[in-house]
Design a binder for this molecule. Structure first.
Ligand code: ATP
Ligand code: MG
Length: 319
């Protein structure tokens, strides 16, 4: 039986400005709503690859909530842990790209349905049915979500389940009270660590990547995978280092690439694939995610990844 993966965290809709610029201070063309939320994108990508996947979250009883639940269900995610809250609104994020590729966000998450996440009998049952838990640092920055997320981590790892961890944080929000300790506690139980770029330095005094990696491996993390955006990705363990060059794709919208990459890596890791195979597919999943407008729209099936990885039909590696 394949192991079932639990994710805890925010579900929201994303509404994207169709022009580049500084933000939302004047009326402008928008496109959306798209289903979103980093944990939701992650769980959707897992399900599309055929890995049993479930999410604990909370949405309002409104169209924004329904469109998310419908999408996840259609893609095969176990949605029994999503509470539909009457009288509350589903979270949302407005995003606009600046000309340099950076993003401006307007968020409505902390005071939306998802911000009020709580343990329900359905969530209790779901936690008991999962064998792996994936944590995202953002889930630890909202108090309600953090309480449920930490329970899931405690219970699943206490039963011998495994834990993957994507910090998914910007340094600015590290000042949230209690967040750093929560991150350190999760890291101490982590089997597979998936930082992006400089996040490898969040938990060590080391100033060089190799030193930071060695220290974390020595603390007992089995596998470390560093995401490097359009520069590809790398895997490290006590057995050595593996790098993968980025695939050459036409990037339309990079939001969600890290989540699709992480889900594909976890899917292959749980299946016992070699680091090289897991990295190749994860790299393809991240690249594929950037080719579609909307954060979850680029989550790919195994067949789509195989096409992208085939030298004749798909993308080529950037040299
Ligand atoms: P997010 O913004 O979703 O949190 P992230 O910073 O966690 O993303 P990235 O490093 O941006 O993650 O992307 C994850 C992976 O996706 C990369 O390591 C790479 O394999 C792939 N990828 C991302 N952008 C591109 C690109 N433009 N071309 C090819 N591959 C890409
Ligand atoms: Mg990125």
């Amino acid at each position: 039986m394949s192991r079932k993966v639990l994710t805890v965290g925010e579900i929201l809709v994303e509404i994207v400005a169709t022009t580049k610029g500084e933000g939302f201070l004047e009326a402008q063309p928008l496109i959306g709503p798209f289903p979103s939320g980093a944990p939701a994108i992650f769980t959707d990508q897992l399900a599309r690859l055929g890995t049993p996947a479930a999410i604990v979250s909370r949405v309002g009883d409104d169209d924004f909530g329904h469109l998310n639940v419908r999408r996840l269900k259609a893609d095969g995610v176990d949605v029994s842990g999503i509470e539909v809250a009457r009288g509350e609104a589903t979270g949302s994020a407005f995003v606009r790209y600046r000309p340099d590729g950076s993003r401006v966000f307007v968020y409505n998450i902390a005071h939306s349905a998802t911000g009020n996440l709580r343990l329900t009998p359905e969530v209790d049952l779901l936690i008991a049915s999962c064998d792996h838990v994936h944590m995202m640092g953002t889930a630890l920055s909202a108090p309600g979500i953090a309480t449920v997320a930490r329970q899931a981590v405690e219970r699943i790892t206490a039963r011998g389940g495994t834990l993957s961890f994507d910090p998914n944080l910007r340094p600015e929000i590290l000042d949230t009270p209690g967040l750093r300790q929560a991150l350190v506690d999760v890291l101490a139980k982590t089997d597979l660590f998936l930082p992006s770029g400089d996040e490898i330095f969040l938990f060590t005094e080391a100033t060089e990547e190799a030193g930071a990696v060695r220290e974390l491996l020595d603390r007992g993390i089995r596998d470390i995978v560093i995401k490097r955006g359009h520069r590809g990705a790398s895997h490290f363990s006590h057995e050595g280092r593996t790098d993968v060059a980025p695939l050459s794709v036409k990037e339309v919208d990079p939001t969600g690439a890290g989540d699709c990459f992480g889900a594909a890596y976890v899917s292959f890791w749980l299946g016992g694939a070699s680091p090289r195979t897991a990295l190749r597919y994860a790299n393809a999943a991240g690249a594929h995610a950037t080719t579609k407008l909307g954060p979850m729209e680029g989550a790919a099936t195994r067949q789509e990844l195989d096409v992208l990885l085939s030298p004749t039909k798909g993308g080529s590696h950037v040299q």
